[in-house]
Design a protein around this ligand. Structure first.
Ligand code: NAD
Length: 489
């Protein structure tokens, strides 16, 4: 069943600078393409360096009063924003599906998480405390610390979770007393447009949260702007390297949330149905495999290897790929033509490298207006060499690599054998082993027996090519505060 995707009206997108809502930007326009049909569906204005400059000036001006705004008031505004996101859940569902083809059901669960992240950091706004570091009687002088906001934070996000990425970054930054200029991905402008309108409706003072549609050049201008005191970025490692290089001359700090090649270790005593269900759905189903922390390498004990490969195949073949707006669709298209071609190239190379294609490997052919969409079959390879390209590099598409291991030490060695370090997954009924492996994995988080991603109170963020710094939990708000030490003689 398909719905009339083309009938859904795409909202006009604006540059949100201070109290202004501009329909045009000085960097021209970008043609948004509906990934489900392959056809252009909206012209988006792009911010140039001029508008970046104006947005940063608006944020810098707003900072002077926002940093003095009572923390309880910051909390109230963030709670109001969370209420408004909740009230607009259905609308965000449609906009998310229009943005990047994510099915309505998946967007709904990400919207729920976005509300949770916004409320969680609303709760932190009035709970930021500091320390007494020395006392007059013991040390001869009184010392203490202050936790202070940086000022204007430049936020740059990618396209796979256009709302959740906003909710992971903006609430902690403003709860801590910073103001922000946000550049969403040019590929996904619609969710951010509604978010910007809700910021106004919630009553945030103009300039506290500025949202600018823009491309790589707008992002670069934001990073380089001298009044931007910290950068928070979600995207790929190649862009992150450029951002770090741009930050280097002025030692500007940056949080970088990048990609992954996360291992999912399935031991012989695991609940196989649960482990295979999780490992398959979360790698070749959900978001068409376009998730940074997804378990994209499945490492399986050799004693259960063929059984697992067969179970994964059966589950992958049941995943319904189709219209993001249709009931029952689990996986939509990949984000654009470039990704569609790139992922097919990865599949061809994996075959050449000798991996065994278990299922998929081709575009998923759909009819009618979806015939030109960027749909791929859920694709599973077994016998993947841990050193091959498929095992070493993030695909960001619906492709799973399965590799056998001999014993616990071998599994850990393979799991730790990439340049990434975002997430690790373990499936075993032996909790002691699960905890032991969790200590050995060189990753920012480890999730045992199917624990969910993106729990707001648990820090998230990796090592190596997976990035720097944390989002989530107390660590997530601390990224937006610097510590000042004060001594009194
Ligand atoms: P990308 O790095 O190409 O783009 C991300 C953003 O950076 C976009 O808004 C883009 O316009 C902007 N940009 C591009 N060049 C820039 C520059 N020189 N200076 C400043 N900004 C610039 O990333 P992508 O390919 O769109 O996204 C996919 C990547 O994002 C994957 O690697 C994925 O794993 C990662 N990701 C990470 C997380 C996480 O939280 N760890 C979450 C989602 C996605």
């Amino acid at each position: 069943m398909t719905t009339a995707v083309a009938d859904l009206t795409r909202p006009d997108v604006h540059l949100h600078i201070g109290a202004e809502r501009l329909a045009e930007g000085s960097a021209g326009t970008f043609d948004h393409v509906n990934p489900a049909s392959g056809k252009s569906d909206k012209t988006i204005p792009m911010a140039g360096p001029d508008e970046v400059d104006r947005a940063v000036a608006a944020a810098a001006e707003a900072f002077e009063s926002w940093k003095r705004t009572a923390p309880a008031e910051r909390a109230r505004l963030l709670h109001r924003l969370a209420d408004l996101i909740a009230a607009n859940t259905e609308k965000f569902g449609r906009l998310g599906a229009m943005d990047n083809g994510t099915p309505l059901g998946t967007v709904a669960s990400l919207t729920e998480k976005s509300i949770a992240w916004t409320r969680y950091y609303a709760g932190w706004a009035d709970k930021i405390t500091a320390e007494v570091t020395s006392t007059l009687t013991a040390d001869g002088e009184f010392g203490y610390t202050l936790r202070q906001p940086y000022g204007v934070v430049g936020i740059i996000i990618t396209w796979n979770g256009p709302l959740i990425s906003l909710a992971m970054k903006i609430p902690p930054a403003v709860a801590a007393g910073n103001t922000v200029v946000v550049k969403p991905s040019e590929l996904t402008p619609f969710s951010a447009e509604l978010f910007a309108d809700l910021v106004v409706e919630a009553g945030f003072p103009p300039g506290v949260i500025n949202i600018l549609p823009g491309d790589a050049a707008s992002g670069a201008a934001l990073v380089e702007h001298p009044q931007v005191k910290k950068v928070s970025f979600t995207g790929g490692p190649a862009t992150a390297s450029k951002i770090l290089a741009a930050c280097a001359p002025t030692m500007k700090p940056a949080v970088l949330e990048l990609g992954g090649k996360s291992a999912n270790i399935v031991f012989e005593d695991a609940d196989l149905q649960a482990a295979c269900g999780f490992g398959t759905i979360m790698s070749v189903g959900a978001m068409a495999g376009q998730g940074c922390a997804f378990p994209t390498r499945m490492l399986v004990h050799e004693s259960i290897y063929e059984q697992v490969v067969a179970t994964v195949k059966a589950i992958a073949e049941q995943i319904v790929v189709g219209d993001p707006f249709a009931e029952g669709t689990f996986a939509g298209p990949v984000v654009n033509q470039a990704a569609f071609e790139r992922i097919q190239g990865v599949i061809a190379k994996a075959k050449e490298d000798g991996a065994r294609l278990v299922t998929g490997g081709e575009p998923a052919r759909l009819d009618g207006e979806l015939a030109g969409g960027f749909f791929l079959q859920p694709t599973v390879f077994a016998d993947v060499d841990p050193q091959s390209d498929l095992a070493q590099n993030e695909v960001f598409g619906p492709v799973l690599a399965i590799t056998p291991f001999r014993d616990e030490a071998h599994a850990i060695e393979i799991a730790n054998g990439t340049r990434y370090g975002l997430s690790g997954y373990v499936h075993t009924k032996d909790l002691k082993r699960g905890l032991r492996v969790a200590e050995e994995l060189i990753t920012g988080e480890v999730l045992i027996n199917g624990a969910a991603n993106l729990a707001v109170n648990r820090p998230f963020g990796g090592l190596g090519l997976s990035g720097l710094g944390k989002e989530g939990g107390k660590a997530g708000i601390e990224e937006f505060l610097f510590t000042k030490g004060i001594g009194i003689a």
